[in-house]
Design a protein around this ligand. Structure first.
Ligand code: NAP
Length: 258
């Protein structure tokens, strides 16, 4: 008999901007499975929206954490150490690149733009994990991040975000190796296109949705909920033997040859 009971687990989820966010879909699944949640938001602008969402999942903590700010990450670690004492699940759902770096020429990406995209979208996986490690080590746990096919294929307009996703996926394997002995698993979900705030910043995104539905094996796009369920699987004991993997939740888009 298979069941997912996360009632003894504490989950830190970062990357909820609004009800369309993939991190929100994961948070809802974790909550339904009984996990205690902490949602973090990047800045004041998002605070009230995230608080409103969190209020629909009773018991959920809401804290500010810009992933480029080490002091903010340490403050969240301190607070969760005092409140929970351990973290068993960590969800990385953040990405950012300057708009001008997602348009036009990839080879013309500025040094600052490249560094910013990689810092927010990839280095944050290592850095937040490292700063939360004393809490993650207590009982062992699982980490899931969100990636995209542009990590391994050339995709028009993804530009520097494809570079960031390639690093994120490499980090998933390297971290899985390093943290395996501590009982911490690290995986990524590679999602097909879903209409979110970040995705709408990519030029031609609507065409991508249309093309995806035509070409994918399932002849449709994926839903947010499907990303949430796949992440729940990876964060639960159902995936206790799975680490260092990228799980494609793309309605069978990637497997197609023509
Ligand atoms: P989203 O709702 O816009 O979420 C992106 C989140 O990243 C937002 O909450 C954003 O906050 C946050 N963020 C940006 N800079 C940050 C910083 N410095 N510190 C903390 N948070 C920061 O879009 P999403 O599509 O759900 O994206 C979640 C993840 O899924 C991303 O890694 C994305 O690349 C990945 N993904 C998305 C798709 C898709 O089609 N939607 C497909 C594959 C993978 P702000 O709003 O304040 O910037």
């Amino acid at each position: 008999m298979v069941s997912i009971d996360l009632s003894s687990r504490h989950a830190l989820v970062f990357g909820v901007a609004n009800h369309r966010s993939l991190a929100w879909a994961i948070a809802k699944q974790l909550h339904a499975a009984g996990a205690s949640l902490c949602l973090t938001y990047a800045g004041e602008r998002l605070k009230s929206g995230v608080e409103e969402l969190a209020a629909t999942l009773p018991g959920t903590l809401v804290l500010e954490m810009d992933v480029t700010n080490d002091a903010a990450i340490d403050a969240v670690a301190k607070r969760l150490g005092e409140t929970w004492g351990s973290i068993e699940a960590l969800v990385h759902g953040v990405a950012y690149a300057n708009k001008e770096d997602l348009e036009g020429s990839f080879v013309s990406t500025s040094r600052a733009g490249f560094q910013l995209a990689l810092d927010v979208s990839a280095y944050s996986l290592l850095n937040v994990t490292s700063r939360m490690l004393p809490l993650l080590e207590k009982n062992g746990g699982a980490i899931v991040s969100l990636t995209y096919l542009a990590a391994e294929r050339a995709v028009p307009s993804y530009n520097v975000m494809g570079s960031a996703k390639a690093v994120l996926e490499q980090a998933t394997r390297q971290m899985a190796y390093e943290l395996g002995p501590k009982g911490i698993r690290v995986n990524a979900v590679s999602a097909g296109p879903v209409s979110t705030l970040a995705a709408r910043g990519i030029r031609g995104f609507t065409d991508k949705l249309k093309e995806g539905a035509e070409r994918a094996a399932l002849k449709r796009n994926i839903t947010q909920e499907e990303v949430g369920k796949a992440a729940l699987f990876l964060l639960s004991d159902l995936a206790s033997g799975v680490t260092g993997e990228v799980l494609y939740v793309d309605a069978g888009y990637r497997i197609m040859g023509a």
